[in-house]
Design a protein around this ligand. Structure first.
Ligand code: URP
Ligand code: ZN
Ligand code: ZN
Length: 464
């Protein structure tokens, strides 16, 4: 099967030019000003932007959490991602306490295999790692799982102590892999939560009030210090606020290998969402919580000036009915997380490029290339180049839509509300290709299934 994408404005993290792209057997074979080549299918991209497919390095599909499972599985979640212009996800496999991480990996392979419509990889969440099991980490890297997520939050669930952090950081560094960190002081937060509950403060808004920004910043500071001593490249996930960003900036200024991700929810929404009527605020109960509005400008600045490296979604959807409602009596029982995998590219284009905050090149870097480089997918993914996978988005920069659970153009996620309900976006994917297969075209799903697990390279190595 061959495809010719004709006459689009091709934008990568560094390039910006008009041209044609010829694809055969899932790979980009030729790029040129006006290619003289026949193809099984020609896509007219004139007047459109042509981007590398988005890479979302932070999703939770069919994840057991908060007494339930996140509502999208690898079928619905990857279809929704494709509609939104994302062609690769890095999801999280979970190692259960006392069990092998390799067993956790098998479980997640079973969840995804044969279901995914776009390509995917896994980070491994470690919930313990005694000395004698450390060799598992090398075996994971050999199996293409070259990054981890560890948690300072959620005591009794995912939390690990600082000794475990240091031990795993050392091993990950030795193996040429990367650590992702959920940085919040979960032990102190749990004490604050107990105080709130004792005082009868159990409405959704108390989720935000019990997780101060200083305790996210403290977690970031501590993670950086431990990573610096252990010698491992660090990635701070879902950074939400100015306080935490200051810690990243300070560390980078002294040469520490730390990069950080933020998410659209922290760029577009703020903690006033928790003040909505009744139980409505539970829709935005996520961790870290939404912050005071002024933080948004600081985060956008961090993205523009390269203190923040990537924009991921932390897509972790729970239906309002029956799932969020588990916490009707107390915010402590609300499953943490919100949907967003489908809306990331349009939101970032709208708030970033259309609003004049970031360039087109930076948009591609933040939504695709930087994650590919950080997590061992580049140059197979994350760019438009001869030899790269033909993961490509033909993007209509003029099309406007209002994000809504009721708008078929913006909501294919299997969840009964939208995090971004009512926000108007400018710029929508028109055609989305995953390894040369047209997955989405003109608002319809053309191809279902066929997504593959990608064995990622180690830090600093290229994936071909
Ligand atoms: O609220 C969130 N973020 N849920 C998903 C788990 C996590 O901490 O990333
Ligand atoms: Zn987290
Ligand atoms: Zn997450």
């Amino acid at each position: 099967m061959s495809v010719l994408i004709r006459g689009g404005r091709i934008v990568t993290a560094v390039d910006d030019y008009y041209g044609d792209i010829f694809i055969e057997d899932g790979v980009i074979r030729q790029i040129g000003a006006s290619l003289d080549v026949g193809a099984d299918r020609t896509i007219d991209a004139s007047g459109k932007l042509v981007f590398p497919g988005g890479i979302d390095p932070h999703t939770h599909l069919e994840m057991p959490f908060g007494g339930t499972f996140s509502a999208d599985d690898f079928d619905s979640g990857t279809v929704a991602a494709a509609f939104g212009g994302t062609t690769t996800l890095i999801d999280f496999a979970i190692q259960k306490k006392g069990e092998s991480a390799l067993k956790g990996l098998d479980t997640w392979h079973e969840k995804a295999e044969g279901k995914a419509t776009i390509d995917y990889g896994f980070h491994m969440i470690l919930t313990d790692m005694p000395e004698e099991r450390l060799p598992e980490m090398e075996r994971l890297a050999g199996a293409g799982v070259t990054s981890y997520k560890l948690f300072m939050a959620y005591p009794g669930v995912f939390y690990v102590d600082d000794g475990t952090l240091y031990r795993t950081f050392r091993q990950a560094g030795d193996n040429g892999t990367r650590i992702s960190m959920h940085a919040e002081n979960g032990l102190v937060i749990d004490e604050i939560i107990k105080e709130a509950v004792k005082d009868g403060k159990v409405a959704p808004k108390w989720h935000a009030h019990t997780r101060p920004t200083r305790l996210e910043a403290e977690g970031v500071h501590r993670a950086i210090a431990i990573a610096e001593v252990a010698g491992v490249p660090l990635y701070i996930v879902h950074l939400s606020c100015s306080d935490a960003l200051d810690e990243v900036k300070r560390a980078r200024a002294r040469g520490v290998d730390v990069i950080a991700e933020t998410c659209p929810q922290y760029l577009f929404l703020d903690q006033s969402a928790y003040e909505k009527e009744g139980f409505e605020g539970s829709k935005w109960v996520m961790t870290p919580p939404l912050r005071e509005k002024w933080n948004q400008d600081v985060l956008w600045q961090g993205l523009a000036f390269r203190d923040l490296e990537t924009i991921a979604t932390d897509h972790c959807p729970f239906c309002f009915k029956d799932q969020k409602e588990l916490g009707l009596d107390s915010f402590t029982q609300i499953p943490n997380g919100a949907p967003g995998v489908e809306n990331r590219m349009s939101l970032v284009y709208t708030g970033g490029v259309a609003a004049g905050r970031i360039s087109l090149n930076r948009f591609v870097e933040l939504t695709s290339t930087a994650a590919a480089k950080a997590f061992g997918l580049f140059p197979k993914k994350g760019t438009i180049a001869v030899g790269s996978d033909a993961d490509i988005v033909v993007f209509d920069p003029e099309r406007r839509e209002t994000i809504s659970v009721d708008n078929e153009a913006t909501h294919h996620m299997k969840v009964d509300y939208s995090t971004y309900e009512g926000i108007e976006v400018t710029g929508m994917p028109e055609t989305v290709l995953s390894r040369g297969r047209v997955v989405v075209s003109g608002g319809s799903l053309e191809t279902k299934g066929g997504g593959q697990f990608i064995r990622r390279a180690r830090s600093g190595e290229l994936l071909r």
